[in-house]
Design a binder for this molecule. Sequence first.
Ligand code: NAP
Length: 294
Amino acid sequence: MSAVLIDGKRIAEEIRDELVQKVILLKQKGVIPGLAVILVGDNPASISYVTAKEKACAEIGMKSFETRMAENTSEETLLERIAECNRDPNVHGILVQLPLPRHIDEHRVIEAIDPNKDVDGFTPVNLGRMLLEQPCFIPCTPFGIIELLKRSGVPTNGARAVVVGRSNIVGKPLANLFLRKSVNATVTVCHTGTRDLGSHVREADIVVACAGAPGLVSVDMIKPGACIIDVGVNRVPDSTKKKGYRLCGDVDFEGASQIAGWITPVPGGVGPMTITMLLSNTIDAAARISNIAL
Ligand code: NAP
């Protein structure tokens, strides 16, 4: 392996150490940052994400308030729960775990979250503010990716960045962050309508694969020395594992790590950063709501 391994777990721990100090400061002023976590249904991946987020809150001295709702919960009941969280002074951040069951309108639910408590940064208000570079909550995965690049010393100024995926929660906001003057990359966004994906990826100094398609970015697409950020979390069948599957990203890790300059592993790359930025956003929300400067 010639690439530098970007250890998301270690960088996330470094940031969490900084966050603990902020939690202590808030507690001294009588505020305990609180995150409401709402899960509808029993999707196993969602349960494990929610559990990890609650554990992370407890580890740095924050509170989490869990609401588990049955798969057949009505949209109105979910909206009522969100309204309660909007009113609750102990709740500073609200997270509705996605995806929601099909009978629930995801957009309506997200828009019901008070933008001041929207620590996932998914409401139209926060996404609009992000675009305008006004104070806002930046969606956690893109926020975490920019932090990973900064803290790993990956040059972004003038770099060519290719983002593979255009979802509202990862690809689109990330492409926008790459455009900021403070990052200053030139961005291409690829998707299923892109002709000849490889021709774009081969030009990239920074590749972010966020498609949810195992092996999509193959070694022949990678420019020697490029930085590869693999966001994909895919379960692929593996009879040698107790659970019957293993996790992999969207990139051919074995091949890519031979020629890339930097690479993130899956798991242990982007995932821990996403949770950490959620904690960071919730702490910021608690400080803003309580009028405390951190
Ligand atoms: P999503 O909503 O399904 O979006 C996937 C995007 O990738 C879409 O824009 C889609 O294009 C594009 N795409 C899919 N297959 C493609 C292909 N073969 N060629 C080119 N583009 C392709 O997914 P998401 O929510 O953004 O998540 C993406 C992946 O990241 C998933 O594996 C998810 O589990 C993972 N994820 C990880 C974290 C983390 O913290 N580690 C956080 C969030 C998501 P179209 O728009 O044309 O359909």
